[in-house]
Design a protein around this ligand. Structure first.
Ligand SMILES: [Cu+2]
Ligand SMILES: [Zn+2]
Length: 189
């Protein structure tokens, strides 16, 4: 092998090693842990806005920050995670409340609740709802992950399972699905 060929070979080998190191360091930066997720609302009502979900570790609660517009003024509206992130038939194809433990519907603070039961949110006198909720049961990671499911805002208040009828223990009598959004992984900054 003459010196030119040797230099070309060594250079090629060096570049190949650099590419392997660069690609492996790049993939190791992609964390499988989901720190942040987001849903953009749309549906049969005028309600629009976004809801952000954040979780700092697998054992940490999920912090939910909502910024919604065009609700009825001064209203209380049912707010749940539904099973499917499927919007092929609007909010209807989102299925029932996310309920992996096969429990009855309840308040977010109740022992007997669906994992997806997040209670009610309140609108102000302009019909806007800006809120922060903390939930210890839903997760962005593991078997109780809500990523890929849907978050639904209902047309009326959730009775939190205290309505005294069968529907109360299924849906909280929260009525129609005013708007919903599919929960997707968001860039964490
Ligand atoms: Cu619901
Ligand atoms: Zn429920």
């Amino acid at each position: 092998m003459d010196s030119h060929r040797l230099i070309a070979f060594v250079t090629a080998l060096f570049l190949a090693i650099l590419i392997v190191l660069w690609s492996s360091s790049g993939s190791s930066k992609v964390s499988p842990f989901v720190y942040k997720a987001v849903a953009v609302f749309s549906g049969d009502s005028a309600v629009t806005g976004t809801v952000v979900f954040e979780q700092s570790s697998a054992s940490a609660p999920v912090i939910i920050t909502g910024d919604l517009k065009s609700l009825d003024p001064l209203s209380s509206r049912g707010f749940h995670i539904h099973q499917f992130g499927d919007a092929t038939n609007g909010c209807m194809s989102a299925g029932s409340h996310f309920n992996p433990f096969n429990k009855k519907h309840g308040a977010p603070t109740a022992v007997e609740r669906h994992v997806g039961d997040l209670g009610n949110i309140q609108s102000d006198k302009t019909g806007a709802a800006q809120f922060t909720l903390t939930d210890n049961l839903i997760s962005l990671n593991g078997p109780l992950s809500i990523v890929g499911r849907a978050v639904v805002l209902h047309a009326v208040a959730d009775d939190l399972g205290l309505g005294g009828n069968a529907e109360s223990l299924k849906t909280g009598n929260a009525g129609a699905r005013a708007a919903c959004g599919v929960i997707g992984i968001a860039e964490f900054r």
